[in-house]
Structures are given as C-alpha cells and as structure tokens.
Design a protein around this ligand. Sequence first.
Ligand SMILES: [Zn+2]
Length: 414
Amino acid sequence: MNNDIKIQFLGGSNEVGSLAMVLETGGIKLLFEYGMTPSKPPAFPLPAPPVDMTLLTHSHLDHSGMIPSLCSEYDQTILTTELTGEISSLLHKDSIKIAKTEGYAPPYNSADIKEAKHSIVPVEPSQKKGIGGDHEIRSHSAGHIPGSLMFELVGSRKTLFTGDLNVIDTRLVKGTKPVQCDVLCMEGTYAGRDHPKKREELEKDFLDKIDEVVGRGGVAVLPAFAVSRSQELALVIRKAGYNVWFDGMGRKVSKMFLKYPKYLRSAENLKKALNKINMVHSDHGRKLALNSEVIITSSGMMDGGPVLSYMNHLRNDPKNAVLLTGYQVEGTNSRLLVDKGKLNFYGVIENVECEVEYFDFSAHAGHSELVEFAKGCNPEKIVLFHSDNRKALEEPLKDVAEVYSPNTGELLEL
Ligand SMILES: [Zn+2]
C-alpha cells in the first residue's frame, strides 16, 4: 500500500485563525477543522473538497466556525465530542447574529447549523474508531478546553493532529501528554513566547490585584471568552469571597460544561464556583453588577457583548480596573485599550481612565512546552501550523525531526 501522506492547509497555517487541513493517505481523505477568523469582515479558509470524514478538535471559532458551510454542500460525517458539538452550535448561531448586526452576509444559515449538529458522530478521549481500510482514529484529550481532542490517525504510519493543546493542569482541565507518532502536526500559537509565570504565581498575583481594586472601592471588570476562560476565572476566584456577577454567553456554556462532567477536572468545583456567583438575567441585574466588586463578562477581546455596556458606565473612574486574561489580537478593542487607553463603543472612541492590566491565563502550551511536547512524541516529521511565528519553533525542533511550515494552498508530500 502507498503510505505517502499528502497534507494541504486550506487556511490557518501561518496565522491564528481560519484553520483547515486536508490529509490524504492510503485511499482516504480527511478534513481536520474548518474554522473562520472572527475579524471585521470575517475571513474564511479556501473551499473544502469532498472528504470521507471531518475531524473537529474543539469548538473555538478559528477551528469550528465554518463547519456548517460544509453541510450545505455535501453529506458529512463529523467526528468530535458531544460537548464540542453543542458549544459549536451555540457559537455558530451567535456568529450568524454578529454577521447580521455588522452588515456582513452570513456564510451559512440555521438549517446548515442543524445539519452540522446531526452530522456529528460523537467520540470520547481515549477512544479508537475504525474508519475504513486499514485506518483507525484514536482520540486523546488535548488539555486545551473541556471536550477538546487531539486526533491520531493510525495506518501504516501514525499521524497526530494536535488542534490547540495545553500541557499544564488548569482549574478546568488537565493538561495533555505527548503521543508517539511518525508525523506530528502541531499548533504553534505561542511559538517564540513562553508563559512568564507559573500558574499558582499568576493566580496569586491576579487575586492580589482584585484585592487592591476592591480595597480602593473600585470594580474589577474581567472581560473573558464565553467558552472556558470565564469558567476558569470563576474557579480561580471562587474562594476569595468577592461579590461577583457573571454576564454574557458564558452562562449558557457553563451549563453545557456541567452537563458533561466527564470533560472537567472537577465538575463539583465548577458547580460550587458558579453557585457563589450572581448571574445577570436582566437590566436590574446589570445595575447590581455595576455596584458589585467583580464582573466576569464577554466578549474577551471587548469587541461586543455586555462588557461594553459595563465599560460605558465604569470607564471614567480610575478606581476601577480592567483585568484582561486573554491574548489581545491586533485590531481588537482590547488591544486598543492596552496600547492607547481607549475603547471603541460601536464607532465612538472614548478614553478609559481605569487601570488596565494583563494576566496570561492562556489555554495554549508556551514555546518551551511545545518543544518538550514535540520531543516526547518522537516523530520523524513535524508540520507546524496555527502560528504567525513558526520560524521560532523551526530552529529548536530541527534536532528533533524534519520540520515543515507549509503555506496555505501548498501541497506537502510526506
Ligand atoms: Zn482554541
């Protein structure tokens, strides 16, 4: 049997966004992810060819965002966890809403979203699944967010596709471990950057800062992604006894997490953490939140969501603080806040007098952790993607394996 592996990225090879990779070997063709970049306007990967199966590692839009558009064209079989299926659906519906408010044509409709949900064949971490021929898919937990997977394709050779991965234990999920393989397709979001602090230290500094803000009579606003970061922060602050309010889509996502406790490090802890937090359900709740101590709310990059209405009220008081916990992508509102101390309120740019600080609560492995992970997989070949700085990883990985950094559209034969 021909054991060549052909790989082509349709997007997301040299950027964090719009990820999609086609892999062909021994008579089967697979699509890994079909994402989008939620920029203005949104960006999409190249059109996908018909494939035998689509594999989705997790729900974040840069990985899952365009999955429904596949379903409007061909019948699909989509391998992913049930939790990823549910959260993706929620995010897909939201992205149609956002496209409409911002005046862009949505790339799919609600019928496509339903179809995508029906096309899912659920898999679990540590599960093996025959997919025809001599091929098998083994799934492994990716340690990135609840329900996230890495996929190992086992044929005459073993190929591992990591999606987004994290190796350290966070409050929400346990970190992943290397998987022995011949070809390693690995993300590189943090290529060239290490996380400056250990988690325990970071958590302590974060809580100290909230103490300081609350102590001077201010409100600490924590803009956070609805999927995973909001819940991680809820867990981090759960024992501190603050008056906390939670707003935005993260409330729904929390319920989904609790519905699938098997993907959580401790469902019990998450339940306890969320029970201590007040949920905003109305304008009245929003008013109470404004007079509380801590507000956790979407969106993480402050480009929309309830966070802007809170900031509109809180921005003029230097006693208040915005504590960012996610990476600020170029061109986003949170980046504008960090760089210039300003926020764009739906077209009107205003000064922000609050203190602004960034805490690196990333769900991605840092540079050195990626290198260690790759070494542990002991591959012959490494394909890097999902990174705007793959060069930084090529150098240290050269001694581990042959390293490839293909461009989008380029055909790689391994
Ligand atoms: Zn992700």
